[in-house]
Design a protein around this ligand. Structure first.
Ligand SMILES: Cc1cc2nc3c(=O)[nH]c(=O)nc-3n(C[C@H](O)[C@H](O)[C@H](O)COP(=O)(O)OP(=O)(O)OC[C@H]3O[C@@H](n4cnc5c(N)ncnc54)[C@H](O)[C@@H]3O)c2cc1C
Length: 392
């Protein structure tokens, strides 16, 4: 495993840092810091997307033939780490990292011509319609019905936990086009314009107070058959290909950023004299180093053309579980000030003034992080994959 950056990669890192220092304005940083959510809010996403699009850096993994950067895995990792290190707005993965690669692989020429430039420019904002009430880990049991009627499919049913459906104007869905036979063999992959009559979005507010997810209802929604990706009843193949893009990412840099905040709070709150607390902080430092090593192992395998295999399940599990432990320690460091409405009360009773680390109460981050071991394949499902790989 080669951990040294080449001269070209080091130069790219310097260029990326200079770009971020210039383009990521203080107000965008402040707005990013105000959300505990997985992705930044829609308006900030659109603004940051436009800046990266103009620079030509919006699609690091897309081939240059489709307007992407065509960067290799090392350069992508450097870029992801630099974004995480400066807490840049997080652009949802659903368009660029999920739907785009699927259309490149399975789309018709007309679908490629229409959708890819619009995903790239940000004109289309996508959400993912996989999960349903009762069909999450057991995704193949999904029930959203799509019945062929002339040149359209007519959709009836519901999707749930749909991240950013309230910002999105397009949605990719898995729908049931056949009830007989193996459940996997009766699913189709469709692209749905969110403005179609009969489609409605209902918010779900999470315990952290964030509005990120929704339930989406389909009541006779007509979708042109031209928006079918892959063959009818072969959507499972498309769905599985897309899921390969859902895992992975630069966890270590984000974890380091979150742990630095805990360290600063510990200093503010006089926790640094508590040996038990400091030991847990040190344990997390070691865990982050482990996550970083796993990331580099995956990068090394990918750049050598190999498949990282179960290492991505290990990374997802360790990355998200470490983040949850950091948010637990942050709660402890903040004490009573972890509560959502602590800032006005504290300001009123002391000379204390909130800094950027206090933009989101520790309790909100703690609660939001609970979801990370559920979405993108729960920790239990990842452990099943690991166990299978180890032949257990
Ligand atoms: C914040 C958030 C955002 C999301 N965004 C989206 C989105 O944009 N689009 C979308 O389609 N979905 C989304 N999801 C849904 C997510 O993919 C599902 O929640 C996830 O797949 C789990 O499914 P479930 O909620 O139905 O739980 P279930 O599958 O019912 O699981 C319940 C519990 O049982 C465990 N379990 C289930 N099966 C097994 C097994 N075989 N072995 C061991 N344990 C098992 C699970 O680990 C879990 O602890 C999101 C979820 C969250 C929390």
């Amino acid at each position: 495993m080669d951990l040294e950056l080449s001269a070209e990669d080091a130069a790219f890192r310097a260029e990326a840092r200079a770009f971020l220092a210039e383009k990521l304005t203080p107000d965008m940083r402040a707005e990013t810091a105000r959300s505990a959510g997985v992705f930044s809010d829609g308006p900030l996403v659109r603004r940051w997307h436009a800046i990266l699009y103009e620079q030509g850096w919006i699609a690091p993994s897309w081939p240059t033939t489709h307007g992407g950067c065509g960067w290799g895995v090392v350069r992508r990792y450097i870029w992801d780490s630099e974004l995480a290190a400066v807490n840049a707005p997080t652009i949802p993965a659903m368009g660029l990292q999920m739907c785009g690669p699927v259309i490149m692989r399975f789309g018709t020429p007309a679908q490629k011509d229409f959708f890819l430039p619009r995903i790239l420019s940000g004109e289309h904002y996508w959400c993912q319609g996989y999960s349903e009430p009762g069909s999450g880990s057991d995704l193949a049991s999904l029930q959203l019905k799509a019945v062929r009627d002339g040149d359209d499919y007519v959709l009836d049913g519901t999707k749930i936990w749909t991240t950013h459906a309230h910002f999105a104007n397009w949605m990719f869905v898995l729908a049931r086009t056949r009830s007989e036979g193996k459940p996997q063999a009766g699913i189709s992959f469709l692209l749905v314009d969110m403005a179609t009559p009969g489609l409605s979005v209902t918010p779900i507010i999470s315990t952290s107070g964030d509005h990120e997810v929704n339930q989406v209802f389909f009541d006779g929604v007509r979708v042109p058959a031209a928006n079918l990706v892959g063959a009818e009843n072969d959507g499972w193949t498309v769905a599985k290909y897309l899921l390969e893009f859902e895992r992975g990412g630069a966890y270590a840099a984000r974890l380091e950023g979150a742990l630095s905040k805990v360290r600063r709070t510990a200093v503010e709150e006089g926790m640094t004299d508590d040996p038990a607390f400091m030991r847990r902080l040190a344990d997390l430092d070691i865990d982050i180093a482990g996550v970083g090593a796993t990331e580099r192992r995956i990068i090394s395998a990918l750049s050598a053309g190999a498949n990282p295999g179960a290492a991505s399940s290990m990374l997802k599990t360790r990355g998200t579980e470490t983040m949850q432990r950091i948010t637990e320690l942050a709660l402890e460091a903040a004490g009573v000030y972890a509560a959502p409405d602590y800032a006005p009360a504290r300001r009123a009773h002391t000379n204390w003034r909130p800094g950027p680390d206090h933009a989101v109460p520790a309790a909100a981050r703690y609660l939001n992080a609970r979801a990370s071991t559920i979405y993108g394949g729960s920790s239990e499902i990842q452990r099943n994959i690991l166990a299978k790989t180890l032949g257990l």
